[in-house]
Design a protein around this ligand. Structure first.
Ligand code: NAD
Length: 393
């Protein structure tokens, strides 16, 4: 099949298997170029392993440290007529590379929030991996079924307290316009905490501990975005930010509960990047396009793989890493420092429909967006007929 991107709003409804494999290869090459990274985790569980920050975490674990990686994701398999999701193809490509390198890799595709999936992970660890020394929590999901009650909770992306009027860029209509986002209700805030807060992270640690699968000194990192004033009204201090605050509570609960095993739980703040999760958040395409413009000009631009390599080499593999005053690991300083933010703010204040493409790096944003789905990847021939049914076992 010859596959061209089918973009609908903030999502692309198909994916290119060869492009996804080339994109995984780019990240892998980057990690291999770093040479020997020294000692690191050996048995790694990555929750949300197929795209974005989780995929990069898996690549750094496996190809930077030679770790066994067990991944969990929620992706759609291809059929003869319809492509699989990008995360499916990324995972297939990762498995191929891991097999070629003689590295153990297994991926369980299903609902990470469920008891059944947790049990499958436990069975697999017991059979083929052993105790884990690193657990990466990188799920981004719009809904969660509570495993105890079966109730389905949906997250919302809304301001908290008062409605918020802001500039936005509509990627479909190529339009810079004002949007007014209504404030979330108390129920919407609580539901978002239920989906993206720390409860499920704690349940994972508890299940693994009960099964005696936490290695002494095991580390666990849950990813967050804190950002600054420009994004606070829709992220940091909005419904999703409230959920992310709950990660701080969960980290300290995990640290106390498993102190006897010296388990260390870290909320880890990463910079904004283009992923399927972030492109769905209002304001983010505009903010990231302006941020790209500034950070590329300053030579400080980083994507998922650079951030995650920094996380592993500067934080997760050192004793007593530097944290902020809330014991969080911070990799986002490249973006949130005052100088960078002032430059982004200056562009933000100037940007209009007329000058948007001049002031921003939307071209860079759009390229990264397409690449998430395996399109616009250098070196890939998109006129070529490709096999879309690809498996990873
Ligand atoms: P993403 O959409 O690229 O990845 C989400 C992952 O979660 C995928 O592997 C997906 O398959 C998996 N997933 C979703 N629902 C699942 C379920 N029910 N069961 C199993 N797997 C499921 O997202 P991302 O942007 O890489 O986000 C990962 C984490 O990083 C999130 O916590 C996010 O808040 C955080 N973060 C993102 C950014 C950013 O700019 N993208 C910045 C800082 C922090």
């Amino acid at each position: 099949m010859v596959i061209k991107p089918k973009v609908r709003g903030f999502i692309c409804t198909n994916a290119h298997p060869v492009g996804c494999a080339a994109s995984v290869q780019q990240q892998l090459d980057y990690v291999k170029q770093q040479g020997n990274l020294g000692d690191g985790p050996k048995n790694v569980l990555v929750l949300g392993c197929s795209t974005g920050y989780g995929l990069s975490s898996r690549i750094v674990s496996a190809f930077g440290y030679g770790a066994k990686t067990l991944g969990v994701c929620f992706e759609k398999a291809p059929t003869e007529r319809k492509t699989g999701t990008a995360g499916w193809y990324n995972t297939a490509a990762f498995h191929q590379q891991a097999n070629d390198a003689g590295l153990y890799a297994k991926t369980l595709n299903g609902d990470a929030f469920s008891n059944e999936l947790k049990q499958q992970v436990i069975d697999e660890l017991k059979a083929n991996v052993g105790k884990v020394d690193l657990i990466v929590y990188s799920l981004a999901s719009p809904r969660r079924t509570d495993p105890a009650t079966g109730e389905v909770f949906k997250s919302t992306l809304k301001p908290v307290g008062a409605p918020y009027k802001t500039k936005n860029y509509d990627t479909d209509k190529d339009l810079v316009h004002e949007v007014e986002l209504e404030a979330a209700s108390e129920e919407e805030i609580n539901n978002t905490i239920k989906v993206m807060g720390g409860e499920d992270w704690e349940l994972w640690l508890s299940a693994l501990n009960d099964a005696d699968l936490l290695a002494d000194g095991c580390k666990t990192a849950a990813y967050t975005y804190i950002g600054k004033e420009l994004t606070w009204p829709i992220y940091g201090k909005a419904t999703i930010g409230k959920a992310k605050e709950d990660l701080d509570r969960a980290a300290s609960a995990i640290n106390s509960a498993y102190a006897n095993k010296q388990v260390k739980a870290y909320v880890t703040s990463l910079k904004a990047v283009v992923t399927q999760a972030s492109s769905a958040i209002p304001v983010m395409p505009l903010y990231i396009s302006l941020m790209y413009q500034v950070m590329k000009a300053d030579g400080s631009h980083e994507g998922c793989i650079e951030q995650i390599l920094g996380l592993f080499t500067k934080k997760l593999t050192v004793d007593s890493p530097e944290t902020d005053d809330q014991a969080r690991l911070r990799l986002d300083g490249v973006e949130t420092n005052d100088e960078t933010q002032a430059k982004i703010k200056s562009l933000w204040d100037q940007v209009t429909q007329e000058n948007f493409h001049e002031l921003s790096d939307y071209a860079g944003y759009h390229h990264d967006f397409l690449q998430l789905f395996g399109f616009d990847v250098p070196g890939v021939d998109y006129d070529q007929d490709v096999e879309i049914v690809v498996d990873w076992s």
